[in-house]
Design a protein around this ligand. Structure first.
Ligand code: SF4
Ligand SMILES: [Zn+2]
Length: 414
């Protein structure tokens, strides 16, 4: 430890001088005495006071420049990559001024408060260990992203279908409002919808990955995001009707685990599924005499068209139809919901089902139900059909519908 550091540790009641400000104990209080980074910092030449003052003045000027305002307007923290409003971002020197860094464009970046607190006066090479986010932080970021940002493919399709609707029609206006709402949610880091939905984590991990710490971190992140209003309190106990207040409870959040190849990374996809769209999900058992639907592709088609027709005006159209054919009662719903994880335009590997997906997309949009049930050409954004083997006596067709607010995001856990 440097002499200056020792002296400062003994403590002086007055505010540290500029020179003291670069003493090791002040800037790395969390680093242990035997950490090798101490010796590196102890050997770091101290900047002269005039240079520090000059760079701070230059930083003030840079903050007023239109270049810096453009950087803030992008709304992304350089370190964690998360989105923030410009007001929530500060200017960070990659190489800190107190360690010889300059206030020039190549050395300043927008930085969120959390990253700023953790980075302090570290150099990029020293950040590796201290900046690795915890499991809870990674889940928290996933929740923020899923709650506030639509996936790219959903954004694209919502933008393109607006152009299909007649000028000044309710359908066109509704879609334009949806698109404006999505842009504002990203910009202001606010939930895309007041109903932030049911929380479904789909986790793919190699055999032997411990589940408990991952699930505990996810739950802690859910509590944090709920307290911050990024998730609505959507977990109600039955039969008491008591809201648990933190989105934790029996079956909440839901974890769906898959076994990945040995050595594969742990992937987590979060699906936030709105309650209004969940309510219009339905399961058919074929043959169905009301629909004149038999156990074949035509029978499946009739079921999906009926589900779309029955849902009209409910569940905030346009949306995505996830369909499962086969399975048991439970497996049908599980598979139908999983279909919502597919990207727009991703066709079934089975040629007959792929053709049926496309046909149903056209036919549902031909029903004229339109955005929010107000009439128009856009009722479905996509139809996905998956299959599960069935018992010889059973033939279920299950439809799981997701509104336009199709919130799914994926991360690879570090
Ligand atoms: S159905 Fe979707 S868009 Fe409508 S209120 Fe629920 S989450 Fe929001
Ligand atoms: Zn950050």
């Amino acid at each position: 430890m440097s002499e200056k550091g020792r002296q400062h540790r003994k403590g002086t009641p007055s505010a540290p001088s500029l020179e003291d400000a670069v003493a090791f104990d002040d800037i790395f209080p969390e680093i242990d005495a035997d950490d090798p980074r101490r010796s590196v910092a102890d050997e770091t030449p101290q900047p002269d006071e005039r240079a520090v003052r000059r760079e701070r003045e230059a930083a003030r000027e840079l903050r007023d420049s239109s270049w810096w305002k453009n950087q803030l307007a992008k709304g992304v923290c350089h370190y964690c990559g998360q989105r923030f409003s410009p007001a929530e971002l500060t200017m960070d020197h990659i190489v800190p001024v107190s360690r010889g860094g300059r206030s020039v464009k190549s050395n300043v970046v927008p930085c969120c408060k959390a990253c700023n607190n953790r980075k302090k006066y570290l150099l990029p090479s020293e950040m590796v260990t201290t900046m690795t986010p915890t499991l809870q932080e990674q889940f928290y970021r996933l929740i923020v992203s899923a709650s506030t940002e639509l996936p790219e493919d959903i954004c694209k399709v919502l933008a393109s279908v607006a152009d299909n609707e007649a000028e000044a029609s309710p359908a066109r206006q509704t879609l334009e409002t949806i698109n404006q709402n999505a842009a504002l949610a990203v910009e202001r880091r606010l939930p895309l919808c007041q109903d932030t939905g049911l929380i479904n984590f789909y986790i793919s991990a190699p055999d032997g990955t411990p589940h408990r710490p991952i699930e505990e971190a996810a739950r802690a992140a859910v509590v944090q995001a709920t307290a911050e209003g990024l998730l609505r309190q959507n977990c109600v106990e039955v039969p008491s009707g008591r809201n648990t207040g933190d989105n934790l409870g029996s079956g909440n959040p839901a974890f769906h685990w898959d076994i990945a190849e040995e050595g594969a990374p742990v992937n987590v996809t979060l699906l936030l599924k709105g309650g209004g769209s969940e309510n219009v999900g339905v399961q058919y058992s074929l043959p169905d005499s009301r629909l004149n639907a038999g156990r074949d592709l035509e029978g499946i088609r009739r079921c999906v068209l009926d589900a779309a027709f029955q849902a009209q005006g409910k569940g905030c159209a346009p949306g995505v139809f996830g369909v499962a054919v086969g399975g048991d009662r439970l497996g049908g719903y599980e598979e139908a919901k999983r279909q919502l994880l597919r990207r727009i335009g991703e066709r079934s590997a089975d040629a007959a089902l792929a053709a049926l997906e496309e046909r149903l997309l056209t036919e549902i949009n031909g029903l004229g139900i339109g955005p929010m049930g107000l009439g128009g050409r856009t009722t479905a954004l996509e139809v996905f059909i998956g299959c599960r083997n069935r018992h010889p006596a059973s033939y279920f067709v299950t439809v799981c519908y997701n509104c336009w607010c199709c919130r799914r995001q994926t991360i690879v856990l570090e």
